[in-house]
Design a protein. Structure first.
Length: 236
């Protein structure tokens, strides 16, 4: 579904940020990319989304090389890619249900199809009871749930998330990750999460771990418990 092929990026030609990065994000799975602050996690997500062109290499989405797409073709393809930023970017003066419905309305979806999808997503993220709360009144965890619900509402094929566990405790983050994994499996969604909070990631054979180490992306084979020892991930 989403594949990076030997991509590199340097903002200073004498100091490369990422070099020869290759990996694939597949439907029904979550790909977690970890690394310390400043190692290029956000830059990698921006290249995967087509916001930033790599200096070398290619990004493939649904079998298409992003470099070769026309402006309109790129826009159409990238509508299938949703993004959750570190800041939730919710509309504070709108309710939870209005925020979640927004991408569907932008796509021109209305009526029962919209209502049914919004109700389904709210239930999946345990937000039904909060549907008519204004976003500005939500807790950090509730806001993060709402941001993810809005991101997946319009049936994207790929979901990218940048540091989604900021301000969340481990227990809440684990529950959220399990919901995302269920959603990935049921909707055949490929999810890529960039984070330095590996202790917020539960163990699952459907979660793949990658680590940015000295400009390279390395597939982590070790058990999850060892990762916290090898790569400190912040407060428990």
């Amino acid at each position: 579904m989403l594949r990076a092929e030997m991509i590199s990026k340097a903002f200073d030609k004498d100091d490369p940020l990422l070099e020869q990065v290759s990996f694939a994000a597949n439907p029904g799975r979550i790909c977690v990319i970890s690394g310390e602050t400043g190692t290029g996690k956000t830059t990698l997500l921006r290249m995967l989304r087509g916001e930033l062109a790599p200096d070398a290499g290619r990004v493939w989405m649904a079998g298409q090389d992003l470099r070769r797409l026309s402006g309109n073709g790129r826009v159409q393809l990238l509508r299938k890619v949703a993004m959750v930023h570190e800041a939730d970017r919710l509309l504070g003066d709108k309710t939870v249900i209005e925020n979640v419905a927004l991408p569907l309305r932008i796509m021109g979806i209305h009526g029962q199809k919209l209502t049914g999808r919004v109700e389904q997503v709210l239930a999946r993220f345990d937000l039904t009871r909060l549907a008519y709360r204004f976003a500005e009144t939500l807790s950090a965890g509730q806001a993060r749930q709402t941001a993810f619900a809005r991101a997946v509402a319009a049936w994207p094929q790929v979901l990218l998330a940048d540091e989604p566990f900021a301000h969340l405790d481990r227990s809440f983050a684990h529950r959220l990750m399990r919901v995302l994994l269920e959603h990935a499996v049921e909707d055949q969604l490929a999810i890529v999460i960039a984070t330095h909070h590996l202790d917020r990631v539960p163990v699952s054979d459907r979660i793949d771990h990658w680590q940015i180490v000295h400009t390279r992306l390395v597939h982590v084979e070790e058990a999850h418990e060892n990762l916290g020892v090898l790569f400190p991930t912040g407060d428990p």
